[in-house]
Design a protein around this ligand. Sequence first.
Ligand code: ZN
Ligand code: ZN
Length: 114
Amino acid sequence: MSKPPAPPSTSFGWDAAGRDQRARRFYKSKVWERTREAYIACRHGLCERCGAGGKVVHHKVRLTPQNINDPTVTLNFDNLELLCQECHNREHHERVPVADGLRFTADGDLIAVR
Ligand SMILES: [Zn+2]
Ligand SMILES: [Zn+2]
């Protein structure tokens, strides 16, 4: 028996369940993986704010439904910042919500806040 098809999403892209499929796909994509690795190497693996071991490549301009497919935003070194987990948490906890009821988790996933 095959699985039943997924129910159609009520909104375009940024679904009501709160997790955007495109953003998730982006963060799992080969091109992001490569960009991320290259960026980390370019920053010598250090957090740009405190000098600790960098773990998260953060987008200065947050990813939105409008820019998720725009490589000048998503893959541009000028828009990236290597942060340790602590600095990344601070960045996101101090400036939520990101936009229009969206915020990032520490893993870089987008979630909807209500
Ligand atoms: Zn740091
Ligand atoms: Zn971030």
